[in-house]
Design a protein around this ligand. Structure first.
Ligand code: BG6
Length: 487
């Protein structure tokens, strides 16, 4: 099935931090793909801004290298690449100094009524100063919007400070807080599955669902990001945003529409219903040397060069939601670096049947709905069926399995492609509202506070395993077990 492309209105995008990792690895490739698909109109302009002095030509060379490194060769052709690079210009500017800002303002002023996207792919400390400069140089027009990346703060208080600073220059309906998990195809499919099918909603509650598991595993370590990661840790890096957003999409009430506020109101209610975490319901771990991603790897502390760090590279939590739909249904969440597989999946485990009529037919496994977000995006519904052939009534588990690659045969766009075009369209549905971010911190903060005062370090786990044994005990204490089939 061919991908459908609806061209967006002409726009200018200004990428702050244009020489950095995010711009090179994600944003420029995403824009390239949208250009190639014909979604970006020919008038669109891309301005790179960073501190380093550079000519337009040098920036284009840098961008060409980024495309070389991050766009599959089969997806590139010389003409499209040349016409894309033609859209690029570069302006050197520093959030702490005046030079460069008037030039940027002058370059944009040529198209005063055009949609303007300011993408802040920079350290969060710069969000406030950059917004202030944009405002002081009269660049925040009615059509201007700002995109900010996580981390939005390190706690509720610091998140409020960041939100306040950005909010002084832009109104909330023009602030786009990216959580790239929301741009993933299968994450959006969660909404399709729940709200475009009558099948699931009647059983989507505590009466029929036993528990939910969300796993986001990575084989990578902290790579070149140890500086940032050591100040964050897995809870801030993955749970406060990505995993809680997934939890919200599973647990929220059906919104009245897909409008941004209708969806975000429902997600907010879930975040507000999270039960404060009990000490026995969370485990933090830190990897030691082991084997992962196909070879021997060092431990976190050796990679970091600091043997005193208590930063967690793994976290497992039992979350509970205090409302009528979910009371008593645990949501087991886990995420970590240096795990055995790169996999993100959600498993909805249904309750066992109330009574079996199949004497001696073998155990009857409760139904499961498994949503694989990556890799190999798929939705699987596990059912009991009769083992074929003679030999009496024997039961076996089989699955209805929909692999998106097989079903649709199209390239799965990167989350940033969808999200960038949503910003241009002015659609905030897949972006986090201020109150959501703050509600998530309100739940996370006490966990962080308990950890920061604990004398005990995170529990060690060997790289290449599913985290410390305490994470297994966390779920097994409740009579359940982590889903690891096919991982
Ligand atoms: C980022 C985290 O937000 O998400 C990284 O900062 C993590 O530490 C990444 O590796 C995972 O994203 P994805 O899309 O590869 O699952």
């Amino acid at each position: 099935m061919a991908a459908r492309v609806i061209a967006v209105d002409p726009f200018d995008i200004v990428v702050f931090g244009a020489t950095g990792d995010l711009a090179q690895r994600k944003l420029l490739p995403a824009l390239f793909y949208r250009w190639q698909a014909g979604q970006m109109p020919p008038e669109a302009r891309i301005f790179g801004v960073a501190r380093r002095r550079m000519t337009d030509a040098q920036f284009r060379t840098l961008a060409a290298d980024a495309l070389n490194a991050h766009v599959a060769a089969a997806d590139r052709d010389a003409d499209t690449e040349a016409s894309f690079l033609d859209r690029l210009a570069y302006i050197a500017a520093d959030a702490d100094a005046e030079p460069g800002w008037p030039e940027l303002a002058a370059a944009l002023a040529g198209q005063p009524g055009r949609i303007r996207v300011f993408y802040l792919a920079t350290a969060p400390e710069l969000f406030g100063p950059i917004c202030e400069r944009l405002s002081a140089n009269a660049m925040v027009t009615e059509q201007a919007r700002v995109v900010v990346e996580k981390p939005i703060g390190k706690s509720l208080a610091s998140a409020r400070a960041v939100n306040d600073a950005v909010g002084r220059a832009f109104p909330e309906d023009r602030i786009y807080r990216i959580d790239h998990y929301l741009g993933k195809e299968t994450v959006q499919n969660l909404m399709a599955l729940r709200f475009a099918n009558a099948l699931f909603e009647p059983v989507w509650n505590a009466a029929h669902i036993d528990h939910v598991q969300i796993t986001v595993g990575e084989t990578l370590g902290v790579e070149g990001r140890a500086g940032y990661y050591d100040t964050a840790g897995a809870l801030r890096d993955m749970v406060q945003n990505h995993i809680l957003q997934l939890l919200c999409l599973i647990a929220m009430e059906p919104p009245t529409s897909l409008s941004a506020d209708a969806v975000r109101d429902e997600k907010l209610k879930v975040l507000k219903s999270l039960v404060p975490m009990l000490p026995d319901n969370n485990v933090r771990g830190q990897y030691r040397a082991g084997a992962s991603a196909g070879g021997p790897v060092r431990g976190y502390l050796e990679e970091l060069g600091d043997h005193t760090s208590h930063t967690e590279t793994f976290v497992a939590l039992k979350a509970e939601i205090a409302n009528w739909r979910w009371a008593g249904v645990p949501f087991f969440l886990r995420s970590g670096k240096r795990l055995p597989a790169r996999v993100s999946e959600i498993v909805v485990a249904f309750r066992p049947i109330p009574h079996s009529v199949f004497d001696g037919a073998g155990p009857i496994a409760p139904n499961r709905l498994e949503m694989r977000l990556q890799p190999d995006e798929s939705v699987k519904l596990c059912l009991m069926v009769k083992d074929p052939g003679p030999g009496g009534m024997r039961l076996t588990e089989q699955s209805l399995n929909m692999s998106f690659a097989e079903a649709f045969g199209v390239r799965n766009p990167d989350a940033y492609e969808r999200l960038l075009m949503d910003v241009v369209r002015g659609n905030q549905t897949l972006f986090m509202r201020r109150d959501e971010v703050e509600a998530a911190w309100r739940w996370i903060d006490p966990i962080l506070n308990t950890w920061s005062t604990a004398a005990e370090p995170p529990k060690p786990y060997t790289a290449g395993t599913w985290g410390p044994s305490a994470a297994i005990a966390l779920i097994e204490r409740s009579g359940r077990t982590w889903h690891e089939d096919g991982l």
